[in-house]
Design a protein around this ligand. Structure first.
Ligand code: BGC
Length: 743
């Protein structure tokens, strides 16, 4: 909600924008609405309108590139703080941390002189194999929504625009530029849009990135339905829509919908669809000047809000990057993001005093991840690996032996150019030859196929090399006081532009884990990765700890958790299925296909599907252990203001150490009139409790929490009747139940 002063200011802004639009020539307007370099729009110096400086991305501000090539500029001052990925942040279930993390990203972006930070990515995770899942938050819209709002507010407090992406339903990397997704209206509105809507209406996001994919036959960046009807008319968005890089394919269509700034991966800026081709159409009278003006206005409005233009220019915040406070919060976020999946016989926490020799096994113990993943890559000021973190924690008197354990082929493809350059035909001058759609897409297909083929070919080499590495690992494990395995994925797998070939741990890790568990059943299995993996040995394992890419302080957080200085409190923001074949998308075959996918499962993805089909996942949505345990009691429900339901209950820490519990509220309609998922998350709270302490938790469910989208009426409605209110420690572990009646 805008305050009175803000409203006044916005009015002033509109007047200023009107004046500027009147003064701008067609050429100047056109310059403003497409990229003038890979990450910058055109400026109009004559009128004091600066270029809009954009930068990726979600885990920190990306290094500088040359203006027209995907080659790092080689600067010394573009190292930054490496933030936890959204998948890590979401596992903290901590909205305050989401705000603080967003605030850091905004401050660092501003500090680096950026106007728009191309984050956060909030697409709903529909399939565990999507290459970009690590950049996204959750399979659940309510959790995503609750985190994205404070995150964006945090970013934008720095006079930097968040650019929430990718609008919408950017669900797979396979065929990402062309894939057409058939989605029914209800599924779109209930699963794939709510977090974007909240970004607009609750967080007041200044910009939105149009996705690459098509929805029901139309590219998102050219879609009147997505950009005009839904985003602007239904939600009232008045900021700027920026295309994903190369997401605009047709001039007239993009000109006539609310696509305000066309960006691309090609350096032929004058030939962008919203450049010369648009100018020609305007001159021929086929596109109105009003259509161009609308885009210019949206961009100017964002610039005014960012104090890039207007009377408040001098008071624009300066930002700050690489400051110590940022590292503190990043460490805290990493600590809250790690998820303890199993801990039998109290193997964890380890007692540092009792350890003289520690064996650390696995390539991910020593792998740095910040410089990979696609556009989310960054040049981190530093990154503490798990191995470094353990050594720092224990000091030099404890003998830490490290064995790589399994072989990871080095990626030789990096010839100094960025991966994004791979989608540009290097042999052609300035990439002109690749501008026709078929060719562009073909390049992409070749890239993807080559990548998957490479992963397949490497298997043989891996197998050969592993014999020796496995033997070394087993030797190291033999007489150690504790054995910590650190495996998982890396950005060869969690990567933009390609989906994972399967849900298995790569590099024969499963074989090594089985052997380690045979030799030492107390082996502590830990993982760093961006998306779920199958864990066929999980019954035999006593201890499993999962970390998403958790930022520059990963290793420190990791050590503090293993040695009990921090009590783990992360919970899964997505289901870890027992095997890929259990996923609805594996069953319906509607993921990772070229050309077209149909979301046949409708609302039934993630826990909604496992619930309905009674399929037991390895670890369910909302699940995560602590070194202590919690008891829930005394649920009362009270109707409030005629519409809301107020819930009150107590949570008690009944263990021996302090800890934090995320309590989750699900709604389960009883005798629903429409088809409704068995239960849906509607609220949650993270409660910190000292040993033996208890706290009263109060949460309010609003009427909209009981609603579903009626496609015929084209609106959200709630049926009168009874609803079961479930209070749980995860979606499977329901501790308290009550009934609310809606009149
Ligand atoms: C990605 C976006 C990113 C953009 C700019 C695209 O390929 O999909 O997420 O912001 O590149 O690097």
């Amino acid at each position: 909600m805008l305050k009175k002063d803000d409203k006044k200011n916005e009015k002033k802004g509109e007047k200023e924008i009107d004046k500027l639009v009147k003064k701008l020539t067609l050429d100047e307007k056109i310059a403003m609405i497409h990229g003038a370099s890979l990450f910058r729009s055109g400026a109009v110096e004559r009128l004091g309108i600066p270029a809009i400086e954009t930068s990726d991305g979600p885990m920190g501000v990306r290094a500088e590139f040359m203006d027209d090539r995907w080659i790092p500029a080689g600067n010394q001052d573009d190292m930054v703080s490496y933030l936890p990925s959204n998948s890590a942040l979401a596992s903290s279930w901590n909205t305050e941390l989401a705000y603080r993390t967003g605030h850091i990203l905004g401050a660092e972006a501003r500090g680096r002189g950026k106007d728009v930070i191309l984050a956060p990515g909030i697409n709903i995770k529909r399939d565990p194999l999507c290459g970009r899942n690590f950049e996204y938050m959750s399979e659940d819209p309510a959790l995503t929504k609750a985190l994205v709002v404070p995150f964006i507010q945090g970013v934008q407090e720095n006079d930097v625009a968040a650019c929430v992406k990718h609008f919408a339903a950017n669900l797979q990397e396979t065929d990402r530029l062309m894939v057409d997704e058939e989605i029914d209206e209800r599924t779109l509105y209930e699963l794939y849009l709510p977090a974007f809507k909240a970004a607009v209406q609750e967080a007041g996001v200044y910009s939105v990135m149009g996705a690459y994919n098509k929805i029901n036959g139309t590219h998102c960046c050219e879609s009147k339905k997505m950009l005009d009807e839904i985003l602007r008319q239904e939600w009232g968005f008045d900021g700027a829509v920026i295309s994903d890089w190369g997401g605009v394919h047709r001039t007239k269509e993009a000109a006539e919908c609310s696509m305000d700034l066309e960006m691309s991966i090609f350096p032929d800026f004058d030939d962008y669809k919203l450049a010369n081709p648009l100018k020609e159409l305007v001159e021929k009278g086929e596109v109105s000047v009003d259509a161009v003006d609308a885009k210019v206005r949206n961009l100017l409005r964002m610039m005014y809000r960012l104090k890039m233009i207007g009377p408040k220019k001098d008071s624009r915040k300066a930002g700050a990057y690489n400051v110590p406070e940022h590292r503190e919060t990043i460490l805290h976020a990493a600590e809250e993001s790690m998820i303890l999946l199993k801990n039998e016989n109290h193997v964890l926490p380890l007692n540092a005093k009792k350890i003289k020799k520690l064996a650390v096994i696995g390539a991910n113990a020593a792998t740095l991840h910040s410089n990979g993943g696609g556009s989310a890559e960054i040049k981190a000021l530093y990154e503490i690996s798990p191995l470094a973190g353990l050594k720092m924690y224990l000091g030099g008197n404890v003998r830490v032996t490290y064995a790589q354990g399994y072989y990871v082929p080095q990626n030789k493809a990096d010839d100094g150019e960025n991966w994004q350059a791979v989608s540009v035909d290097k042999d052609s001058d300035a990439g002109k030859a690749v501008r026709d759609e078929v060719h562009e897409n073909e390049m992409h297909r070749r890239g993807e196929e080559a990548r998957l083929a490479k992963l397949e070919q490497e298997k043989e080499v891996i197998h050969e090399k592993n014999e020796k590495l496995f033997a070394e690992a087993l030797e190291a494990a033999k007489d150690a006081d504790a054995v910590i395995f650190v495996g998982g994925l890396n950005h060869e797998y969690d990567v933009e532009g390609c989906d994972r070939p399967d849900m298995k741990l790569p590099y024969e890790q499963d074989l090594l884990i089985e052997q380690l568990l045979k030799a030492r059943k107390d082996t502590i299995l830990t993982f760093v990765g961006g998306s779920p993996v199958e864990m066929p040995w999980r019954e035999q394992a006593q201890t499993i700890l999962w970390s998403y890419y958790a930022g520059m302080e990963t290793g420190n957080a990791f050590a503090k958790i293993l040695f009990g200085e921090v009590n783990p409190s992360g919970k899964l923001a997505e289901t870890f299925p027992a095997k890929y074949d259990d996923c609805v998308t594996a069953k319906n075959g509607q993921f990772g296909k070229w050309g077209k996918i149909t979301l046949e499962e409708g609302l039934y993805c993630g826990y909604r599907y496992y619930d309905r089909q009674r399929i037991k996942p390895a670890f369910c949505f909302g699940y995560g252990l602590s070194y202590t345990s919690f008891e829930y009691s005394g649920l009362t429900l009270k109707a409030e203001k005629g519409k809301d339901v107020k819930l009150t209950f107590s949570v008690k820490n009944v263990g021996k150490c302090a800890g934090a519990e995320t309590v989750q509220i699900y709604i389960a309609p009883i005798a629903a009139q429409a088809d409704r998922p068995d239960k849906e998350l509607k609220a949650f709270a993270k409660v910190e409790l000292g040993a033996g302490r208890s706290k009263k938790v109060s949460l309010t469910l609003k009427q909209e929490d009981f609603m579903y989208f009626d496609a015929q009426l084209h609106k959200f409605i709630a049926d009168a009747g009874d609803y079961e209110i479930l209070v749980g420690a995860s979606c499977e572990d329901i501790r308290l139940r009550g009934i609310a009646t809606l009149n």
